[in-house]
Design a protein around this ligand. Structure first.
Ligand SMILES: Cc1ncc(COP(=O)(O)O)c(C=O)c1O
Length: 379
């Protein structure tokens, strides 16, 4: 039987409610029916982002909104501070480079979270830094960065904003944008939003909108001012991915029905169970000190090739997990639990991990990981 399961940190598995809605005949994006849908989505996104500001929606993968968060926020000659603790931190630097923005990197060892003190020091030393770019959850390493603490520091600088890539943070753990003073918050559809890839999101504080006014970097499609004007009329500036918007209304309804607090608690439970299970199997976490609740990055035990383990998940069980990238290639596997995942999903993936490790000669007693997961899930 050919049954498939996604346990990758994007794309993630989709709820049938969302899939069915997206299969309906397409509507037109300049008609009242779409405007009504857009109005509901605007409110749902404000709830999800925990903000009173407008959440802009672009038809692009998450990187599109990241690019916009550079090209709309900075001006020629501005400098940026970039937290680089994995592939996606590196991406902030690459985008800055593409727009001719000089950046000061804070290089963080893979698997570790950034120390907010380093950000304080760099901001103190360089008054030309207009924006601090970081991830809330660095998907390549499974690390959660301390956003609340970083926001406290950046808040003290009147002309500097904090830009957070929360592509695997939004809808996973608490990131109250307005309350913490996050200036720019970015997300994408194919993660905790339980949608296919194709939409990116970004919300801006008043402080960030002031920077938009003085930004003179080139932009066309990802023009935040243009998109804000359209959003206020329940429209997109260009033709949106209409079917994804229809799915988005449904996924936002599901999130609102469950309640944000319950969504966060569910993610925490699934993450804790996964971490407990792999530790019980004698495996080590790649990000032991500050793990993200979006995914669990696990070190592959000595003598077992990580790439092979990842491939066997698919060949034997139809399960897609993620491997490691760059310096973590072959050394880790990443098991996701963000979005449409429930307790027994984790029991299943841990069971598959056990069967594969057993076959590959890792010494442990079958059932040890599942038992540890169940103990957490029953608490
Ligand atoms: C933290 C983070 N940032 C950025 C991205 C890039 O998003 P996309 O691939 O949708 O452009 C991802 C996707 O995996 C991500 O997890």
């Amino acid at each position: 039987m050919d049954k498939k399961y996604l346990f990758s940190p994007g794309p993630t598995m989709l709820p049938p409610e969302v899939l069915l809605k997206m299969a309906e005949p397409i509507m037109h994006h300049r008609e009242p029916e779409f405007e009504k849908l857009f109005a509901e989505i605007r409110e749902g996104l404000k709830y999800l982002f925990q903000t009173k500001r407008e959440v802009l929606i672009f038809t692009s993968s998450g990187t599109g909104a990241m690019e916009g968060a550079v090209s709309n926020i900075l001006a020629k000659g501005d400098r940026a501070l970039v937290v680089r603790g994995g592939k996606f931190g590196e991406r902030w630097g690459e985008i800055c480079k593409a727009f001719g923005i000089e950046f000061v990197p804070i290089d963080v060892a893979w698997g570790e979270a950034v120390d907010p003190k380093k950000i304080r020091e760099k901001l103190k030393a360089d008054a030309s830094i207009r924006a601090v770019y970081t991830q809330a959850s660095e998907t390549s390493t499974g690390v959660r960065h301390p956003i609340k603490e970083i926001a406290e520091i950046v808040k003290q600088y009147e002309n500097t904003v904090l830009v957070v890539d929360a592509i695997t943070g939004i809808g996973v753990f608490d990131l109250p944008m307005d309350q913490w003073g996050i200036d720019v918050l970015v997300s994408g559809s194919q993660k905790a939003l339980m949608l296919p890839p194709g939409l990116s999101f970004v919300a801006l504080s008043d402080k960030a909108w002031k920077l938009v006014e003085r930004s003179n970097l080139p932009k066309f499609y990802f023009d935040f001012k243009k998109e804000l004007k359209s959003a206020q009329k329940n429209q997109n500036a260009f033709t949106p991915a209409i079917s994804l918007f229809v799915g988005l209304r449904e996924s936002l309804r599901l999130i609102q029905k469950e309640g944000l607090e319950a969504v966060f608690q569910r993610h925490e439970k699934l993450a804790e169970a996964t971490r407990a299970a792999v530790k019980a199997l004698g495996l080590e976490l790649y990000a032991p000190d500050s793990p993200s609740n979006a995914l669990t990055a696990v070190k592959v035990p000595e003598g077992i090739p990580g790439g092979k383990l990842k491939n066997l998940f698919f060949e034997k069980f139809g399960i897609t997990v993620a491997g490691g990238q760059d310096q973590a290639k072959g050394k880790i596997i990443r098991i996701a639990h963000l979005g449409y995942y429930e307790r027994l999903d984790m029991v299943m993936v841990i069971s598959a991990l056990e069967m594969l490790l057993k076959e590959m000669g890792h010494p442990f007693e079958l059932g040890t990981g599942v038992r540890a997961a169940e103990a957490v899930l029953m608490e």
